[in-house]
Structures are given as structure tokens and as C-alpha cells.
Design a protein around this ligand. Structure first.
Ligand SMILES: Nc1ncnc2c1ncn2[C@@H]1O[C@H](COP(=O)(O)OP(=O)(O)OP(=O)(O)O)[C@@H](O)[C@H]1O
Ligand SMILES: [Zn+2]
Length: 887
């Protein structure tokens, strides 16, 4: 078996690590506390679970984690295996939540199944694994310190010698079991012998004969007594029958006396009944006669003469029928009267409606006519107004006839006059200004002349232009004044013309308005005239309608009267029918009374007849009773004569005696029978005992056979037990011999020292070291380093013995050594390297050594470095490349 790979998550100081492991020698190195041992522990935990680690499951989980996973891949016997264990913290404790082993033949789950499978694969349990393959740190002395017994158990277990011990124990158990059964059987046999002896001592056959003789005698006695008991019973019976007969006779006489008395009183009762019946008959007959007289009277009162009940019924039916017919006719008439009356009512209502319609139509007509009158008056007024408007217009047209232009040009005309006037006024203003200037010029010249100097140059005006023009200027003033006068006259004329033009314009506007007004009034008049005509037509129509409705109402009223008359005549008919019906009812009552009387008379006659018959039967009954009374008296006399008192007394004496005897004999027989039962039981008992004796003898024979067989079985089991013990001793001796040889060989290899000659391992696994001078030494007495070497040798020897096996190659796990160099000096560390090499030579496929000692590195095929990060306190694993680098 080789480990191939180990994956860790949160296992102790490892957060997440993965290590692949190879064949050959692997050295895991690192400083103290870096996590080397934890790696090995993880492998061990993967294989064997919680039992394989120190402390609890919780301790194995990293301090700050809640769950942990360890996975181990390994090869074994050519197959690949994968083991996974997952542990989770649940509350206060940790639990294994997953445990799976994948094998080439399938998957194994559940902790117990997986562990069983591993134990079977490796042929060792956790403790055997520790003893053989996994040398835990600090346990180097374990094998030395163990007692020989413990050592023996350990080595026997590893070599599977324990199985033989188991078989031996089983054989011993079987032997003990057989012994137990054999003892039981022997005890049973002794008991049987005792029982048989007891029974034979009892002389059972003689007892049986005595009992049978007594039983015969007893039976004869019982038979005789039973015969005389039969005779006594017969005597008793005949006496009892005689007594019974007399008893019956006495009873009969008593009964007869009683019957006679009853009959006599019955006869007296019947006689009284007959008398009262006669009385009743007389009363009923009298009543019938009275009723007959009443009937005769009733018949005389009616037209009905026959005193026959059927004829009366027939007549009643006839009358009933007539009454029925009349009722029907009354009903018919009543309906008819109702129909006519309601018709008259309807017609009257209709006439009323028609009249109301007529009145309404007339009223409407009158209203319309009043409206027409008013409308006509208004129409007249409007026509007058129209005429006066026409006159006013005519007057205005005449006024316009004087106008200088046509009516539609008047406005233009006024505007042109206006323009002309404005122009004239402007020209006048110009003239006026010119004139004023001219006058000023003249006046200035005149003032200069007076002063004699020119106003402009200050020189003398004589001869200056200003003075020379004065005459021209005076002429011009005159011309301008006359022109201004003419212009002012023209303005005056134009103003008059303008006033007239304005007057014409106003007149024309007034005419326009009048004409418009005239047109409006004319169209109003026309509309009104049309309305008046329409209203007149409507009034006419209403009047015609009113006349028609009136006429219609008249004829409807006539129809109503006819209906009323019809209703009245129907009512009269009803009255007549009612009185006719009253007469019929009266007649019916008479006939009913007659019928009742007829029934009554008949009933009374029947009652009289019934009473008479009853009276007769009472008389007959009494005759019969008298006859029976006579018979009974005869029978009583007869019985009394035949009664014999002496015979009765004899019979009573016989009965007493017989009864007494029977009592006695019964008690006697009872006792005898009891005795007979006892004897029969006793005989049965003796016979049973005889049978039992036979059975006991048969059983004894069978038991003797069984005991013989058990004795030989016991011998066999004892032989078998001895054989297993011998075999184990022999096998162990052989192993011990080989182990001793290998131990010496290994010890020689690792510890070259002149002090020790050899090591002895005896059959009881007692270890002794012999010094050169032949003195023995307990391994305890060796030095610390010697002990470590001794122990290593012993382990390697065991490992070799195992791996070579008793019968061929056994499946050995990797050889794991944890810190084997402690206590060793450097010389012995080199020896250790040699030991490891020799183990490889002996065919150990995988050796894993944990050490912080650099010296061991030389022996490594593969080097694994473990480091702990000082800040996180978490370890990591690294395959170091130093293998090649090192010498
Ligand atoms: N549950 C845990 N969580 C975290 N760290 C843990 C846990 N259990 C143990 N450790 C730590 O793991 C570290 C490694 O211990 P281990 O015995 O594997 O070291 P080592 O390399 O074998 O040392 P030495 O050379 O002294 O034998 C220890 O320092 C310990 O404190
Ligand atoms: Zn360690």
C-alpha cells in the first residue's frame, strides 16, 4: 500500500493544503511546530477516524473554523482508493458528516463500514497500525516498556495468530458445552433409575387383583337393591293414583255445587229481563201510533196522497230538479240585467263626453271671433297711417322738384359748392393781405417824405427810389381795394347757395326714411290681413264640429235609454222567478216532513219487533238452564253416594310406607356407588402406574445411548482444543525464531558496539539483551539512545516479518517514522540512514520519515518542506528541489 496524495482543509494548523507522496523514501522536514506531525496525523485520521488522533474531533479542526475535510488517495494491490472525511461543528460538539471510501469495486459509506473495510484491507486496526507502521513521536519506548503479555497480544494480532487462539477458545467452549450437557444427561439417568426402583417396590399386580374382586361383589349388591327399589316405586304409584281419583271426585262435587248456584241466579236474572222487555215493547208501540197519526195529518195538508217512502223520494227529486232549473234561469236573467245596466251606464258617459266636446268647440270659436274683431280694428288704424305716410312723402318730393340737380346728385352738389366757397375765402384773405402791405408801403413813403431823409441810407430822399414809386403804389392800393370788394360779394352769394344745397340734402334724407317706413307698415298690414282670414276659417270649422258632436250625443242617449228599459224588464222577470221558486221550496218541505215521519214510524215498528224477539230468546234460554240444573243435581247425588272413605285411608298408608323405603334405599345406593367409583379410580391409577413403569424403562435405554455418544464427543472437543493450542505455540515459536533473527540482524546493523553479543526473544516474547561476557540485561537498563535504536530495530523487524508474511506477500502500509533521530548522536543518525536503505532493499515500497534533522535529508528520494507563517500561524507544504542539489 502506498499513499499518493493528501488534501487538507482546516485540519489543525492547515488551512488549505495539498501534498502528493511518492514511492521510496520521503523526508518531511521543518522547524519545531511547523506542522510535520500534523501531516502524518491527518493520514492516520483519514484511515481510522477519531480513534486515531489524540484529543477530540473538535481539537482537530482549525481554531477559527467550523468544519474540516481530510482526503487521502492511496494505491493498494494494483487498485486506486480515495478516502474522504468531513467533520462539522454542530452546537458544542463536532460530528463526522461525510465518510466515503471509493474503491475499485464501488463506494463504501458510513463510518463503521469504512473503518471495517480499511481494517480488512490492511489486516490491522488502529492500534495495530500504530504498533507496526506508524511510530508516533515520543512513543519509541512503547514496545520495550510493554509487558510480555501485551507484546504477545500485539505481535500475535499482527501475525493473525490470534485467530488460532480464537479457534482454541471456541473448541474449549464446545468441550465445556458438551460437558455441561453430558452432566445433565447423567443426572437424568440416575433419577430415572430411582423412579423405576420405586415403582417396582410397590407390588402393583397384587393390588390390582384385590381391587377387582371387591368391585365384583359391590356390583352384585347394587343390582339386588335396585330391584327392590323398583317394587317399592310400583306400590307408591298405585296408591297415589287411588288418592288422586278420590281427590278428583271431591273437587267435581264442589264444582257442581257452585255451578248449580250460578244457574239458579241466572234464571232469576233472565226472568227479570223478560218482564222489563215487555214494558219496553208497549212503550215503542205507543210511540209508533202517535207518529202514524201525525203522518196522516201531514198527508192531508199536501197534494201528496201516497204514504209510500219511494214515491216521496221520487217527488222530492222532481221538486229539487224544478228548483234547480229556476235557479239557473234566475242567474241567466241576473246576468242579462247586469249587462244592460252597464251598457246604459257606458252610453250615458259617452253622451256626456260628446256634449263636453261640443261646448269646448263653441267656446274656441267664440274666442277666435273676438280676436278677429280686435285684429280688424287694428288693421284699419294701420291702413290710415299708411295713407298719411304716402302724403308726407309726396310733399317732400314736390319740394325737391326745385332742386338744381337730380335727387341722387344732391350730396355731390353740396360738396362742390363747399369747395368753391373755401377757394373764394382763401383768395379774399390773400387780397386782404396784399392790400394791407400796399397801404403800409404807401404810408412809410409818405412818412419819409415828411422827414426828408431816406430811412435806409439816412440820406436825403430827394431822388431816391422809395420816393419815386409812391404813385404807383397808390394806384395799386386802389386796384386791390376794388378787387377785394368784388371778392367779398362773390363769397356772400356762394354762402347763400351752400345753405340751399344743404336744405335739399336734408329733405332727401327725410324722404328716404319716410319711404322705408311706408314699406314696413305695408308688409305688416298684409300679414295681419292673412292671419284674420285664417282665424275666421278655424272658427267656422269649430262650429261645424260642435254641431256634429251634439247630434251624436243625442243618438247615444237614446241607445242608453233602450238599454235601461231592457235591464228593467230582466229584473221584473227575476222577481217572478223568485216567487215561483219560493212556492216550490214550500212544497219540498212538506214532502220532506212526510218522508221523515214515514222513516220514524217504520223504525219504531222494527224496534218493537226486535224487542219481542229478544224477549222470546230470553225465555228459551231459561228453559235450557232449567234442564241443565236438573242434570247437575242428579250428578251430585250420584257422586256423593259412590264416595268410600275406608279405601282412601288404606291407599294413604301404602303411600307413606313406600316413600319411606325409597328414601332409605336411595341413600344406601348412593354410598355404594361412591365406593364403586373409588374402586374404579384406584384400578385406573394402578394401571397407569404400570404403564409409566414401562415408559420409564424405554426412556432409560435411550438416555444410556445419548450419554455414550456425548462421552465420545467430549473426548473429540478436548483433542481439538489441545491441537489449536499446540499449533499456535508452534507457529509462534517459528515467528519468534524469525523475529529474533531479524531483530539481531537489524540491531547489528544500526548499533555497532562491542558490549552486546545478541538479543534473545523467547516463546513468551520475553526480551533479553546479552552482553559480551554472557550476562543478561533487561532492555530497560539500556541508555536512552540505545533504547531508541533497540526499539527501531524491533519495529523494523516486526515490519519485515509482516511484509514478508507467513504465507507470502502481505499488504503492508507505508513505514512511517516520526522524529526517529531524537536521542541519536550523529554517528547513529548515519546508521539510521543505513537502516532505512536496508528496509528499502527488503522491499518496503514507501517510507515516510519526519525530522528536523538535516542529516536524514541525504537518505531521501523526495523532500517535503513544511513552513508556518508566523503572522497567520498557518502551515504550508512545499516539495523542495533539494533532492538533486544535495550530495
Ligand atoms: N486545532 C488547531 N488549530 C490550529 N493550530 C493547531 C491546532 N492544533 C494544533 N495546532 C498547531 O499546529 C502546530 C503544529 O504542530 P505539529 O506537532 O504538527 O508540529 P511539528 O512540525 O511536528 O513540530 P515538532 O518538530 O516540534 O514535532 C502547533 O504549533 C500547534 O499549535
Ligand atoms: Zn513534530
Amino acid at each position: 500500500m502506498n499513499f499518493e496524495r493528501l488534501d487538507l482543509r482546516n485540519f489543525k494548523c492547515y488551512t488549505d493544503s495539498e501534498v502528493s507522496l511518492r514511492e521510496g523514501v520521503t523526508v518531511i522536514h521543518g522547524v519545531n511546530g511547523s506542522g510535520k506531525s500534523s501531516l502524518l496525523e491527518a493520514c492516520f485520521f483519514a484511515l481510522y477516524g477519531s480513534g486515531a488522533i489524540d484529543g477530540t474531533l473538535e481539537d482537530a479542526i482549525s481554531n477559527d473554523a467550523e468544519e474540516m475535510v481530510v482526503e487521502l488517495w492511496f494505491s493498494h494491490d494494483g487498485g486506486s482508493y480515495h478516502l474522504e472525511r468531513e467533520v462539522k461543528v454542530r452546537g458544542d460538539t463536532a460530528k463526522t458528516t461525510t465518510c466515503v471510501l471509493e474503491t475499485p469495486d464501488g463506494t463504501v459509506e458510513q463510518v463503521t463500514d469504512v473503518e471495517a473495510h480499511i481494517e480488512e484491507l490492511l489486516r490491522m486496526d488502529a492500534s495495530a497500525f500504530v504498533n507496526c507502521a506508524y511510530v508516533r513521536q515520543g512513543e519509541v519506548n512503547k514496545l520495550i516498556n510493554a509487558s510480555p503479555g501485551e507484546r504477545q497480544d500485539m505481535i500475535d494480532g499482527l501475525l493473525q495468530l490470534g485467530v488460532l487462539e480464537e479457534y482454541r477458545e471456541r473448541a474449549s467452549e464446545a468441550r465445556l458445552g458438551v460437558k455441561h450437557v453430558l452432566d445433565d444427561k447423567r443426572g437424568a439417568l440416575a433419577q430415572l433409575d430411582e423412579q423405576i426402583e420405586d415403582k417396582e417396590d410397590k407390588d402393583l399386580h397384587a393390588r390390582l387383583n384385590g381391587l377387582e374382586d371387591e368391585l365384583d361383589e359391590l356390583n352384585a349388591d347394587i343390582e339386588e337393591k335396585e330391584r327392590s327399589r323398583e317394587q317399592a316405586r310400583e306400590t307408591l304409584q298405585s296408591a297415589e293414583s287411588v288418592i288422586e281419583e278420590y281427590e278428583q271426585r271431591r273437587e267435581e262435587i264442589a264444582e257442581l255445587d257452585e255451578e248449580i248456584e250460578t244457574l239458579a241466579s241466572e234464571i232469576a236474572d233472565a226472568e227479570r229481563e223478560r218482564e222489563s222487555l215487555g214494558e219496553r215493547i208497549r212503550e215503542v208501540r205507543q210511540r209508533a201510533e202517535t207518529l202514524q197519526a201525525e203522518l196522516d195529518g201531514a198527508l192531508a195538508d199536501t197534494d201528496f196522497q201516497s204514504a209510500d217512502r219511494n214515491a216521496a223520494s221520487e217527488r222530492l227529486d222532481e221538486l229539487e230538479q224544478s228548483a234547480e232549473e229556476i235557479r239557473d234561469r234566475i242567474e241567466e236573467r241576473r246576468l242579462e240585467a247586469q249587462r244592460h245596466a252597464s251598457e246604459a251606464e257606458t252610453k250615458r258617459e259617452r253622451a256626456e263626453e260628446l256634449r263636453a266636446d261640443a261646448a269646448e268647440a263653441r267656446e274656441t270659436a267664440a274666442e277666435l271671433e273676438a280676436e278677429i274683431e280686435a285684429d280688424r280694428a287694428e288693421l284699419g288704424e294701420r291702413r290710415d297711417r299708411l295713407e298719411s305716410l304716402a302724403d308726407e312723402a309726396e310733399a317732400l318730393r314736390e319740394a325737391l322738384a326745385d332742386a338744381p340737380v337730380e335727387r341722387d346728385e344732391l350730396e355731390d352738389h353740396r360738396e362742390s359748392v363747399d369747395e368753391e366757397l373755401t377757394a373764394a375765402r382763401e383768395a379774399t384773405a390773400e387780397l386782404r393781405a396784399d392790400l394791407a402791405n400796399a397801404r403800409e408801403t404807401v404810408e412809410e413813403a409818405e412818412a419819409l417824405l415828411e422827414a426828408g431823409r431816406c430811412p435806409e441810407c439816412g440820406q436825403s430822399v430827394e431822388g431816391s427810389p422809395h420816393v419815386e414809386g409812391i404813385d404807383d403804389d397808390r394806384a395799386r392800393v386802389e386796384t386791390l381795394a376794388s378787387e377785394l370788394e368784388a371778392a367779398e360779394g362773390r363769397i356772400e352769394r356762394l354762402e347763400a347757395t351752400r345753405e340751399r344745397a344743404e336744405g335739399f340734402v336734408e329733405t332727401a334724407a327725410e324722404l328716404d326714411r319716410l319711404e322705408e317706413r311706408h314699406e314696413d307698415v305695408a308688409s305688416l298690414v298684409e300679414g295681419m290681413a292673412e292671419t284674420v282670414e285664417a282665424k275666421a276659417d278655424r272658427a267656422e270649422q269649430r262650429r261645424t264640429e260642435a254641431d256634429a258632436a251634439e247630434a251624436n250625443a243625442e243618438s247615444v242617449l237614446e241607445a242608453a235609454e233602450t238599454a235601461e228599459t231592457n235591464a228593467e224588464s230582466a229584473r221584473t222577470a227575476i222577481g217572478e222567478l223568485n216567487s215561483k221558486k219560493a212556492r216550490i221550496d214550500e212544497r219540498r218541505e212538506g214532502v220532506v216532513r212526510i218522508a221523515e215521519l214515514l222513516d220514524d214510524v217504520a223504525a219504531h215498528e222494527r224496534e218493537a219487533e226486535r224487542l219481542r224477539e229478544r224477549r222470546e230468546s230470553v225465555a228459551e234460554g231459561n228453559d235450557l238452564r232449567r234442564e241443565r240444573l236438573a242434570d247437575k243435581r242428579d250428578r251430585t247425588a250420584e257422586l256423593k253416594a259412590a264416595f268410600d272413605e275406608a279405601a282412601l285411608e288404606r291407599a294413604e298408608a301404602d303411600r307413606e310406607r313406600a316413600a319411606e323405603y325409597l328414601d332409605e334405599v336411595e341413600t344406601y345406593l348412593e354410598a355404594r356407588r361412591e365406593r364403586r367409583d373409588e374402586l374404579q379410580n384406584a384400578i385406573g391409577g394402578v394401571k397407569n402406574e404400570l404403564e409409566e413403569l414401562e415408559a420409564l424403562r424405554a426412556r432409560r435405554e435411550a438416555l444410556c445411548d445419548t450419554v455414550d455418544r456425548l462421552e465420545s464427543l467430549y473426548e473429540e472437543a478436548r483433542d481439538l482444543q489441545a491441537m489449536y493450542a499446540d499449533l499456535r505455540t508452534e507457529l509462534r515459536q517459528r515467528n519468534v525464531d524469525r523475529l529474533e533473527a531479524m531483530l539481531n540482524e537489524t540491531f547489528d546493523l544500526v548499533y555497532r558496539n562491542d558490549s552486546y553479543a545478541r538479543i534473545e526473544l523467547d516463546g513468551e516474547y520475553e526480551l533479553t539483551v546479552y552482553q559480551k561476557d554472557g550476562t543478561p540485561l533487561d532492555p530497560d537498563q539500556l541508555s536512552g539512545g540505545e533504547r531508541a535504536l533497540f526499539n527501531l530495530s524491533l519495529r523494523c523487524a516486526i515490519y519485515r516479518l509482516l511484509s514478508e508474511g507467513i504465507d507470502g506477500q502481505a499488504p503492508t502500509p507505508p513505514l512511517i517514522l516520526d522524529e526517529p533521530t531524537v536521542f541519536l548522536d550523529s554517528g547513529h543518525v548515519s546508521k539510521l540512514v543505513e537502516l532505512i536503505e536496508s528496509m528499502t532493499d527488503h522491499g518496503v515500497a514507501q517510507i515516510i520519515v519526519v525530522s528536523h534533522d538535516e542529516e536524514l535529508v541525504g537518505a531521501a528520494d523526495d523532500l517535503i518542506a513544511v513552513r508556518k507563517d508566523p503572522t497567520t500561524n498557518r502551515s504550508s507544504v512545499e516539495r523542495s528541489a533539494r533532492t538533486e542539489a544535495l550530495p
